[in-house]
Design a protein around this ligand. Structure first.
Ligand code: HEC
Ligand code: HEC
Ligand code: HEC
Ligand code: HEC
Length: 374
C-alpha cells in the first residue's frame, strides 16, 4: 500500500474554513445559482417540539452550567458579527431579519415556535439541538423521566422498563450517548454548511468534525453520576453497559472521521457543477481522509484492513469533478460504503480498533478545557 502525503491537502488552502470578504474572490461567485432555501429550513430540530433549556435545567443542573460556559451557548451572537450582513444580503435576507431567518437560525440558535405560531430564536445551540427536540404528547420528554408505575424511582426501575423507555425515547427522536453515529450526524447538520449560495458568499464550509477531540474538551458534560465531577465518558452509558471510556474513544474517533468523509462526499454527489462550494466539499472529504491515512501510517500492520481499503481508494479523491456525472456517482458510491462502515464501527464492540489506543493522544486533542464545577 502506498501512503500518500495526505495531510498536505489540508494545508494547501485553508480558505474554506475561514471567513473571507466576498469581494476578494469573485471567482467563487461565478457558478452560484440563484439563492435557494434548498430545504435548509426543514433540517435540524422541529421548532414546534422545542422545550428549551429550562425543561432540562431542574434535573440536569451541572450539564446546564457547563453549557452556559460553552461556545455553543453564544453561537447566536455570530449573527451580529460584521460579516453576517453580507452573507444575508447574498441570500436575499433583509438585514433586520437575520435573527428571524430560519436559514441562519437553524445553525446559530435553537428555534422555538411561540404561542402565536411564530418561530423565535432561543439563545445558542442548546440541549435539544443535539439531543433532539423533546416536546409534544408523544415527544421523548414525556417518557424520559418516568421510571415505572407511580412513584417508582430511577434506582427502582426494572431492566425491562429501562429498555422500553430508552427505545421509546429513541423512537421519539432523542439522541443519547450510546448513539455515536447519530450524534456525529447531528453535529454535521450544522458543521458541514450544505448551502451552496451561503458558502459561495464567503461563509465558511464549517469546522471539520473530529468528534473525539471536540466532545472531550470544552463541550464535555458527563455529570450524571456525580453533579460535581465531569467524567471522561458518559457516566450513565458506562453504568448501563459496563462500557470502557478508552474503547468508546476509539469508536468516536473512527466513526467521527468516517461520518465526516461520508457526509462531505454525499453533499458533493448532489452538487450540479464545479464551484468554490464543490471544491470545499472535496477539501473536507480529503481532510478527513488525510487524518485517517495518518492513523494508518502510525499503526502500520495494526491498521484494520477495512480502513486501509478506504484510505487506498479515496486516494483518488482529488480527481473528483462536480461537473462530471460519473464523478458525482463515484462520490455517492464511496459515501454509501464509508457510511455503512461508520455505522458498523458505531454498533460494534470496538475490539478491532484496539491499536488506536496508542496513537489517539497524538491524533485527537481535546478542543478547549472541560468545565469544572467548583
Ligand atoms: C424529571 C427529571 C428530568 C428532566 C426534566 C430531564 N431529564 Fe434527562 N435524565 C433524567 C434522568 C433521571 C436521566 C437518567 C436516566 C436515564 O434516562 O437513563 C436522564 C438522562 C438524560 C440523558 C442521557 C441519556 C443517555 O443514556 O445518554 C440525556 C442526554 C438527557 N437526560 C437529556 C435531557 C434533556 C435535553 C432534557 C430537557 C429537554 C432532559 N434530559 C430533561 C432526568 C431528567
Ligand atoms: C453540541 C451538542 C450537545 C449539546 C448542546 C448538549 N449535549 Fe448533552 N451530550 C452530547 C454528547 C456528544 C454526549 C456524549 C458525551 C461523550 O461521549 O462524552 C452528551 C451527553 C449528555 C448526557 C449524559 C451524561 C452522563 O454522565 O452520562 C446528558 C445527561 C446530557 N448530555 C444532557 C444535556 C443537557 C441537559 C444539555 C443542555 C444543557 C446538553 N446535554 C447539551 C452533546 C450535546
Ligand atoms: C444546531 C447547530 C449545531 C450543532 C447541532 C452543533 N454545533 Fe457546534 N457550533 C455551531 C455553531 C454555530 C458554532 C459557532 C459558535 C461561535 O463561534 O460562536 C459551533 C461551535 C462549535 C465548536 C467551537 C469551535 C471553535 O472554533 O471554538 C466546536 C468544537 C463544535 N461546535 C463542535 C460540535 C460538535 C462535536 C457537535 C455535535 C456533538 C456540534 N458542534 C453540534 C453549531 C452547531
Ligand atoms: C449549516 C449551518 C449554518 C448555517 C445555515 C449558517 N451558519 Fe453561520 N456558522 C456556522 C458554523 C458552524 C459557524 C462556526 C464557524 C465554522 O464552523 O466555520 C458559523 C459562523 C458564522 C459567522 C462567524 C464567522 C464568519 O464567517 O464571520 C457568521 C458571521 C455567520 N456564521 C453568519 C451566518 C448567517 C448570517 C447565516 C444565515 C444567512 C448563517 N451564518 C447560516 C453554521 C451555519
Amino acid at each position: 500500500m502506498k501512503w500518500i502525503a495526505a495531510v498536505l491537502v489540508l494545508a494547501v488552502s485553508a480558505s474554506c474554513y475561514v471567513a473571507s470578504s466576498g469581494a476578494e474572490d469573485d471567482a467563487r461567485k461565478v457558478a452560484t445559482p440563484a439563492p435557494a432555501a434548498s430545504g435548509q429550513a426543514a433540517r435540524g430540530v422541529d421548532p414546534d417540539r422545542v422545550m428549551s433549556v429550562r425543561a432540562c435545567l431542574g434535573c440536569h443542573g451541572a450539564e446546564t452550567l457547563s453549557w452556559m460556559n460553552s461556545t455553543h451557548r453564544n453561537s447566536h451572537l455570530r449573527l451580529r458579527d460584521s460579516n453576517a450582513g453580507s452573507y444575508a444580503e447574498e441570500l436575499g435576507i433583509a438585514q433586520d431579519k437575520i435573527r428571524e431567518s430560519r436559514i441562519c437560525m437553524r445553525c446559530h440558535a435553537t428555534g422555538q415556535t411561540d404561542r402565536h405560531g411564530v418561530v423565535r430564536a432561543l439563545t445558542g445551540v442548546s440541549c435539544e439541538s443535539c439531543h433532539g427536540a423533546s416536546g409534544g404528547d408523544d415527544g421523548w420528554l414525556n417518557a424520559h423521566a418516568v421510571y415505572g408505575p407511580n412513584g417508582t424511582t430511577f434506582e427502582q426501575e426494572s431492566a425491562e422498563h429501562r429498555n422500553w423507555r430508552r427505545e421509546r425515547c429513541e423512537e421519539a427522536g432523542m439522541v443519547q450517548a450510546s448513539q455515536i453515529y447519530d450524534m456525529a450526524k447531528r453535529c454535521l447538520e450544522c458543521h458541514l454548511v450544505e448551502n451552496e449560495a451561503l458558502v459561495n458568499a464567503g461563509h465558511g464550509i464549517g469546522i471539520p468534525l473530529e468528534f473525539l477531540g471536540q466532545t472531550t474538551g470544552e463541550m464535555r458534560h458527563n455529570f450524571h453520576e456525580d453533579q460535581y465531577v465531569n467524567a471522561k465518558g458518559p457516566t450513565l452509558w458506562s453504568r448501563r453497559t459496563g462500557g470502557k471510556v478508552n474503547v468508546r474513544d476509539r469508536q468516536k474517533f473512527v466513526v467521527g472521521l468516517l461520518t465526516e468523509i461520508e457526509t462531505s462526499l454525499r453533499a458533493f454527489s448532489q452538487v450540479k457543477q464545479e464551484s468554490y462550494y464543490s471544491s470545499c466539499l472535496v477539501e473536507r472529504a480529503a481532510g478527513g481522509w488525510g487524518l485517517l491515512a495518518e492513523a494508518g501510517r502510525k499503526l502500520k500492520d495494526d491498521f484494520p484492513e477495512q480502513l486501509a481499503e478506504v484510505v487506498e481508494w479515496l486516494g483518488k479523491i482529488e480527481n473528483l469533478n462536480a461537473s462530471d456525472e460519473n464523478s458525482r456517482r463515484q462520490a455517492a458510491d464511496w459515501a454509501d460504503v464509508v457510511g455503512k462502515l461508520a455505522r458498523e464501527y458505531a454498533a460494534g464492540d470496538g475490539a478491532s480498533l484496539e491499536a488506536f489506543d496508542a496513537v489517539l493522544g497524538e491524533l485527537a486533542a481535546p478542543v478547549g478545557k472541560p468545565f469544572e464545577r467548583k
